[in-house]
Every structure is written in structure tokens, then in C-alpha cells.
Design a protein around this ligand. Structure first.
Ligand SMILES: Nc1ncnc2c1ncn2[C@@H]1O[C@H](COP(=O)(O)OP(=O)(O)OP(=O)(O)O)[C@@H](O)[C@H]1O
Length: 470
């Protein structure tokens, strides 16, 4: 078959032999110089406008001395160039927070954009598989913006059309190492846009002292530590149930004691009661005086105490029926927080079948019916597997402290939590560095937040007990 070939020289060739080597030269369309000049001038103008729009502060730094020199002469320009660093240094030392808020973090963000993200973007995207190199062209996700906080870089990215969040969350390790960070967390900014958080330092690296006892008697969310962004970690205990999962030595005690400490004024005022189940006879026995006769250690006593709680809860529910649908703590109807340390001792590891059934039934009743009538359960547990804790889904709020295996993270925080950056299995087992550190998911967001519970020391617990018994 005769075949005409396109192109400059080759279009005159006719080949009858298959596989003939044909030298192909594409047809050249000569463009007038003026068109090329206009295109380049337009690109230059658009680039300059984009630079001004995206980096107004950096542009002002360069353009102002140039403008001053032009209008007022080189002496004024030089004076400005010398005075500016001195003024900025003085601002930095005299009013650091405002300097950082208005200028410092923006300058750092610009520097990180140029030096870290732009420079490494292409290789990291291609090697991690988030970008494509097709027929000599790179198809890369776009960096929309970089902003800096005191502890992390937040990179806003526009995904390639057709990409899913999972494509990114599966590659958090590639991204972290590619951009020289310890970890990377992925969250959705809006359709097609992601926020990548790269921590620059760990604001939770040092243990936190116990949070001061609040002045006000409240059962509202209690401050139990600090979030990674420096905000207080407020734990909701009234109107929910909380499960704290963590390997041995993960610091479950610090979450429990911080919550009890936050409720102390309400306990003193009679608006809250803490009922303690301490099958290990370790954690809660230290502050036994705080609980009075609402403390149990042996499995039989724990079953009795739980059933007593269920009885009061049901009496209260009968009284509320048809009259009120939520609980407001009063001295007659206080909020009851049932604290269970190592709940698996009472359920999965309990050899007495009768006790095991009674305890499981009471816990299930409290967690399914207690919220609206002012009963909450705060339970700690080492092994979050379903065989060990079959009612874990009855706890709306869960906290993952250090865990032994990566699969356990999603068991505690829900599917996809680890992919989104809840690396609870990477928390250091060294107590100073890792105890009390964990991840939580707030009701308002599917993204896990890294937190550290404050450490309530033995002397803090003694002082709390004395305060309540005094
Ligand atoms: N929030 C914290 N900050 C710093 N160090 C802590 C914190 N919590 C606990 N620790 C340290 O870690 C040690 C272990 O803590 P803790 O006993 O609370 O762990 P746990 O999770 O309850 O362990 P286990 O299940 O074995 O009882 C404590 O002795 C303390 O030294």
C-alpha cells in the first residue's frame, strides 16, 4: 500500500517497503518577529503582575527603595535600605508576636516556598507518583500557597484533575521525606484543593505540667492538655463517652487525671461525681479519697458499682421521661463520670463468666442510655481490638495514645485516620518524649489532631484529694 508521509522533505517520498527508515522533518511555519516579541512582552507583564499579587510584601521590599531612589535621589534610597533592617530588628526584639504575625511568618513562608517546595516539587511529585511525565511534558499538581505557623508549614495544593485525596494520603511518607519534614498530614481545603501540613518542630516535645484547677465549677469541656497548634486541648466529658486507648506506659493515666482535675470545682460544688473502677489497683487508688465510697477494685465490687450507676441512671431517665431531653447538672442530679482504668480486665480478660456478663451489660447500658441523663463513661484500655473491647463503638469520642501496631490506629479513630496523619504507632516510647501524646478526632472535622495531656503528678493528686476532703 502506498502511503504519503507528512512533513517538509518526507511528504515527497513514497515508500513501498515496510520498515523503511524515513527521516522526518516537521513542516516549519515561520512566525513574524513582532508576534514573538508581543507574546514574550505579554508573558513578562503577566509574570510581573502575578508576582506583585502573590508576594506583595516581598515585592514592596524591593520596589520601595527603587522608587525612593528614583524620586528622591540615591542618598534617600541608601538611607532606607540601611534603616529598614535596623527597624525590623528592633521590631523583632521589642514586639515579637506582632512582628511574626504581620511579617515574620509571611517572609518565612515565601522563603520555604522558594527554597523547599518549588525547588523539590517536580522530583518529589514524579517519584512519588503524584505527577506524570508524558511525552516529554510534566503534569504536576500545583502549589497554590504556602503559609507558616510557629510550628508547621501549611501548603495548599491543587490536585490534578482525576486525583483522589487517598492518592495523597497514601503517600504522606514520600511527601514528608521529600520535603525534609518529620511527617505530613493531609486534609481537604475544598473540592480539588488539599492542605498539606509539614511540622517544622514538635511543640509537644516536652512534658506539660498539670493544668491549674479551674476557678469555675463547670462540667463543660475540661482542659486536659495542649493541641499541636498551641491551643488548649478541651475534652468533652458531659454528654458523651470517651475511650482512651494506649499501650502500656502511653500515659492513659494523665488523660484520666487531667479530666478529674478539670471537674474538681464541680465535684466540690456537688455538681459532678467521679465514680472510679480500678481493677489494676494502681492508677486510681492513689487518689482514692477523691471518690469516697464510689471506688471499686475487685471485679465483684466493680460489677456492683456499675449496676448501682445503672440503677440511678434509670431512675433519672424515668423522672425525665416526657419532661426534659437533656441534662443540666444540679446538686440533686449531678453529672456522674464513671472512670474505668483498663476496662479489658473487667470484660475480655475476666475469667468469671457471670461477672463478665454483668459488667459488659452495665457498661453497654450506661454508654447507650447515659448521655442524655448526665452519665458519662471515661474508659482506658491497652488493646483496642474488637475481641477485647466489643463495645468500643458505643464511645463517641476516642483518643489514640501510643499504640503498638499501625492497624490499631484506625480501630480507635476510624477508617483512614492513620492515612490522614494519625501516626500513633510512631509516638516515642520514652516517657518524657511520648507519654501523654496522642491523636483525637473532633466532631467538627475528620482530620486527626495531635495533642498532649498534661502530667498530673502524685503530689498534684494528693493536693486534689486534700482539697476535696477538706
Ligand atoms: N502526660 C505525660 N507527660 C509526661 N510524662 C508522662 C505523662 N503521662 C505519663 N507520663 C510518664 O509515663 C509513665 C507511664 O504513665 P501511665 O502510668 O499513665 O501510663 P499508662 O498508659 O497508664 O500505662 P499502664 O497501662 O501500664 O498503666 C508515668 O510514670 C510518667 O512518668
Amino acid at each position: 500500500m502506498f502511503k504519503k508521509l507528512p512533513g517538509d522533505e518526507a511528504q515527497n517520498l513514497v515508500s513501498t517497503t515496510p520498515d523503511t527508515a524515513v527521516v522526518f522533518r516537521p513542516a516549519v511555519l515561520r512566525t513574524p518577529a513582532i508576534v514573538t516579541i508581543v507574546i514574550f512582552a505579554w508573558r513578562l507583564l503577566a509574570g510581573a503582575l502575578r508576582l506583585l499579587w502573590r508576594h506583595p510584601i516581598a515585592s514592596a521590599f524591593v520596589l520601595t527603595p527603587v522608587a525612593v531612589t528614583y524620586w528622591y535621589g540615591w542618598r534617600w534610597g541608601l538611607g532606607l535600605v540601611t534603616a529598614t533592617p535596623l527597624g525590623l530588628t528592633a521590631w523583632f526584639f521589642l514586639a515579637r508576636p506582632s512582628f511574626l504575625r504581620l511579617l515574620g511568618w509571611r517572609l518565612l513562608a515565601w522563603w520555604r516556598l522558594v527554597w523547599v517546595y518549588r525547588r523539590h516539587w517536580q522530583p518529589v511529585m514524579i517519584i512519588s507518583g503524584l505527577g506524570r511525565h508524558l511525552r516529554g511534558r510534566d503534569y504536576l499538581p500545583r502549589v497554590v500557597r504556602v503559609s507558616c505557623t510557629s510550628w508547621a508549614d501549611v501548603v495548599t495544593v491543587r490536585m490534578l484533575t482525576g486525583q483522589a485525596v487517598k492518592d495523597w494520603s497514601d503517600r504522606t511518607e514520600h511527601l514528608a521525606h521529600g520535603f525534609g519534614a518529620r511527617s505530613c498530614r493531609v486534609s481537604i481545603a475544598r473540592s480539588g484543593r488539599l492542605l498539606l501540613v509539614f511540622p517544622r518542630r514538635d511543640p509537644l516535645a516536652t512534658p506539660l505540667p498539670a493544668v491549674p484547677v479551674p476557678d469555675e465549677a463547670s462540667v463543660g469541656p475540661v482542659e486536659v492538655g495542649k493541641c499541636e497548634d498551641g491551643k488548649p486541648w478541651l475534652l468533652k466529658v458531659h454528654g458523651t463517652h470517651v475511650l482512651v486507648a494506649g499501650a502500656t506506659g502511653a500515659g492513659k493515666g494523665s488523660v484520666i487525671w487531667s479530666a478529674i482535675r478539670g471537674l474538681l470545682p464541680a465535684t466540690r460544688a456537688g455538681l459532678a461525681q467521679v465514680w472510679a473502677l480500678d481493677p489494676k489497683r494502681m492508677e486510681l487508688s492513689y487518689g482514692r479519697d477523691l471518690f469516697g465510697d464510689r471506688y471499686a477494685a475487685s471485679p465483684a465490687d466493680c460489677a456492683d458499682l456499675l449496676e448501682a450507676a445503672v440503677k440511678i441512671m434509670q431512675e433519672r431517665a424515668d423522672r425525665y421521661a416526657g419532661l426534659q431531653r437533656s441534662h443540666t447538672p444540679t446538686v440533686d442530679d449531678p453529672f456522674v463520670l464513671v472512670v474505668v482504668d483498663e476496662v479489658a480486665f473487667l470484660t475480655a480478660y475476666q475469667s468469671d463468666k457471670g461477672l463478665k456478663l454483668r459488667i459488659s451489660a452495665a457498661l453497654a447500658t450506661l454508654t447507650t442510655q447515659g448521655r442524655a441523663v448526665g452519665f458519662g463513661v471515661l474508659a482506658a484500655l491497652q488493646d483496642p481490638r474488637k475481641e477485647v473491647m466489643n463495645i468500643r463503638n458505643l464511645f463517641p469520642d476516642k483518643i489514640a495514645l501510643r499504640l503498638d501496631e499501625s492497624e490499631q490506629v484506625d480501630m480507635v479513630l476510624g477508617d483512614g485516620a492513620r492515612d490522614r496523619g494519625a501516626l500513633a504507632d510512631h509516638i516515642s516510647p520514652i516517657p518524657e518524649q511520648g507519654a501523654g501524646i496522642g491523636y483525637v478526632r473532633l466532631e467538627t472535622s475528620p482530620d486527626p489532631i495531635r495533642v498532649r495531656a498534661a502530667y498530673v503528678s502524685d503530689s498534684d493528686i494528693r493536693a486534689m484529694a486534700m482539697e476535696v476532703t477538706a
